[in-house]
Design a protein around this ligand. Structure first.
Ligand code: GTP
Ligand code: ZN
Ligand code: ZN
Length: 235
């Protein structure tokens, strides 16, 4: 169980005001740090994207293929969030791109102070020269939604094996997304997944939202994702 975010409220009685106050001030402090992170990223001339999804829905694989496609023209840096291990950062470094691993040691999300530390390390690795910073959040569809990291765009991934009811069941996360990426569409023939239902549910939560379907394995739909990245406004 995470000891820093609102999910611990369920373990306390409703009248435990102290817990509520602590969580509120924690979120306010997070918000201030996130605003400062955003300025920091903009001073580097970069755009930052926060990737949120359940464990295993394909965030790191998406990044690997994205780096292969863009690294000759776009300077990419990655901040990896995980509970334990450097595995994801090692996968990214193997693609020849700077990657900082933030291990939360138990917490189920990244927060803005952690990302602040990561930005400084990344800036050092990249000698300050980056166009696009990806922040891969800890695999979780609940807690990351509450924490602004200083990103410019929030992308929520939903893979086809997870089921098309997820936007209805985790509305806060899907409402907070600028883009919903339906991933692993090569598996559509094997799962009872309705792209129409996901589209309908996510548009109900936020009508102006973009939705892209792709497979990082076959490359199907990948051009649309690359176009989205290329068309992000420069900072
Ligand atoms: N069939 C198929 N498998 C995929 C696709 N993308 C990723 N996978 C597989 O899904 C598994 C998990 O992928 P990752 O990219 O590690 O997922 P992740 O979201 O980074 O996982 P966490 O960091 O643990 O949350 C791996 O076995 C990938 O090979 C895809 O488009 N199609
Ligand atoms: Zn990953
Ligand atoms: Zn700083």
């Amino acid at each position: 169980m995470c000891d820093t975010c609102g999910c611990q409220l369920h373990e306390h009685h409703q009248h435990d005001h102290k817990v509520v106050e602590v969580n509120q001030s924690l979120l306010e402090a997070n918000q201030r740090q996130a605003a400062s992170n955003r300025r920091h990223i903009e001073q580097m001339g970069a755009v930052a994207i926060n990737l949120i999804s359940s464990p295993g829905s394909g965030k790191t694989t998406l990044l690997e293929r994205t780096i292969d496609a863009l690294k000759d023209t776009v300077r990419i840096g990655v901040i990896e969030g995980d509970i334990e291990t450097e595995r994801d950062a090692e996968r990214i470094r193997a693609k020849g791109v700077p990657a900082v691993q933030l291990t939360t040691g138990g917490a189920c999300h990244l927060d803005a102070p952690m990302v602040h530390g990561g930005l400084h390390v990344l800036e050092h690795f990249a000698k300050g020269k980056l166009d696009l910073i990806f922040i891969e959040n800890v695999g979780n569809l609940v807690c990351p939604a509450t924490f602004d990291l200083g990103e410019h765009q929030r992308v929520v991934l939903l893979s086809t094996p997870e089921g098309s009811d997820k936007p209805a069941k985790y509305p806060a996360t899907f409402r907070s997304a600028d883009l919903v990426l339906i991933t692993k569409i090569d598996l559509l023939p094997y799962f009872d997944f309705s792209t129409d239902e996901v589209t309908q549910q996510t548009l109900l939560l936020k009508p102006e939202r973009q939705i892209i379907s792709l497979s990082a394995t076959t490359g199907d739909g990948f051009d649309q994702w690359l176009d989205y990245l290329r068309n992000l406004p420069a900072r």
